[in-house]
Write a protein that binds this ligand. Structure first.
Ligand code: GLC
Length: 418
């Protein structure tokens, strides 16, 4: 077995530079405010559940403002649940089913609106599509019925690939629902035929994080878990990494879930993803009518403000194997290295300043180049450092946050000799 790391395909390399994306879970279930699994969890009979379609108005779904919010929050792609496990499609299934948004009071093709709005804001539109279907009993039906179901799934995906312009990718979820031959070759061939440059992801689920899967896939997934750095030596194909995560504890809106992450946690998780070169796909569940909830929107904007302080680094710079203390890490772009300092101490008058963290020297081992200058990017302030004779041991003077600011994670640029 070769120990070489394969080169990423151009589309995979481009996907890695997206860094941050918006996941949207929205559908009929949003009307019940108990998360996207409500039909299954509450054992709602299919016919009963289907009645929700009569109230699905999409009144407040404004794809343009969602896409703008995502862009302003530093996101480069957005993934919408075009169909979830309940079988309801936000797109015009063009005769495959009447359980779709054009047959609801909404009367619109919401996926078309989403795709157009994303592209208008410079975001890549991605389509989440479930591979299971509670309505059609895909998990428990006979083998013959299952093969018919796969024809239906394939035809559904073909609709998505043919009628919505250039899409960033297809994001599947649900193969964990049945041990079966999912005919992935056929499904992915359909995509490659109409959307040769689309990224294909198939979520391996909570219990199989970072598992590679079918050779046509472009990324491994980490659902609700910080990614580990992959060792790509000897892999037949270079796969990107992506962590998807809820902002509270649910994907679809859940009225009584107060378990929200703060902007600080989101920034830390984004950093933890970039430390391994992975993307961070952060989920929001819009309201029954499709509105973006206030708290979630505010968190995204705050994170966007943080990202804007560090410019393009988060997108372009890639991980380097330098051993740092704690959660700190280093990214590299060309001859520039970027040190991500976590848990800095706050400084200032003891009557106002509280809290932990630490300032002062932080060392890293295995630094590959000779540093010429250090500067904190946020303040454009020069920093002090020293480096061992052989260069491998590098120590930075990590100054803290003066009263008046706290950046959660602070980034220093290290310029090195070419
Ligand atoms: C899980 C859930 C699903 C959610 C998905 C997002 O697999 O079944 O509800 O859409 O994760 O990654």
């Amino acid at each position: 077995m070769t120990q070489e790391i394969p080169q990423p395909l151009p589309r995979v390399a481009a996907f890695e530079q997206f860094a941050f994306g918006l996941f949207l879970h929205w559908g009929l279930y949003s009307q019940l405010g108990l998360g996207e699994w409500v039909q299954s969890d509450s054992r709602i009979p299919t016919e009963e559940y289907a009645k929700l379609i009569s109230k699905f108005t999409a009144r407040d779904f404004d794809a343009a403002s969602i896409a703008r919010l995502a862009r302003e929050s530093g996101m480069k792609y957005a993934v919408l649940t075009t169909r979830h496990h309940d079988g309801f499609s936000l797109y015009d299934t063009r005769g495959l089913s009447d359980f779709d948004a054009p047959h609801a009071p909404a009367g619109r093709d919401l996926v078309a609106e989403f795709a157009d709005a994303c592209r208008a804001e410079g975001l890549a539109p991605f389509f989440y599509h479930t591979t299971l279907d509670w309505r059609l009993n895909s998990a428990t039906c006979s083998e013959t019925e299952f093969r018919e179901y796969l024809d239906h799934l394939n035809a559904s995906v073909e609709v998505l690939c043919r009628h919505y312009g250039k899409i960033g990718g297809l994001w599947f979820d649900g193969n964990w629902s049945r041990k079966a031959d999912w005919q992935e070759d056929r499904l992915y061939a359909t995509i490659r035929k109409y959307q040769p440059e689309a990224i294909i992801v198939n979520n391996t689920g909570l219990s199989a994080q970072g598992v590679a899967g079918h050779p046509e896939l472009d990324s491994v997934t980490f659902e609700q878990g910080l990614p580990s750095a992959p060792d790509r030596r000897g892999w037949p194909k270079y796969l990107a990494g992506e962590m998807c995560e809820t902002l509270n504890f649910h994907w679809g809106v859940a009225q009584s879930d107060f378990n929200f992450k703060s902007p600080a946690e989101v920034i830390q998780h984004l950093c933890a993803c970039r430390k391994t070169g992975a993307n961070y796909l952060l989920n929001v569940g819009p309201s029954a009518e499709g509105a973006m909830p206030a708290y979630e929107s505010a968190v995204l904007r705050k994170v966007g403000e943080w990202i804007s302080r560090y410019g393009e680094i988060l997108y372009r710079a890639r991980p380097v194997a330098v051993r740092c203390q704690g959660r700190d890490f280093v990214l590299r772009e060309g001859t520039r290295y970027y040190y991500f300092a976590h848990d800095l101490r706050r400084k200032g008058d003891t009557h106002v300043v509280i809290g932990g963290g630490a300032n002062g020297p932080r060392s890293m081992d295995g630094f590959p180049a000779r540093v010429q200058a250090m500067r904190w990017l946020d303040e454009n302030e020069a920093g002090r450092f020293c480096q061992s004779e052989d260069g491998r041991l590098l120590t930075l003077d990590c100054t803290g946050h003066g009263y008046g600011n706290d950046l959660i994670v602070r980034v220093a640029e290290l310029c090195t000799q070419p």
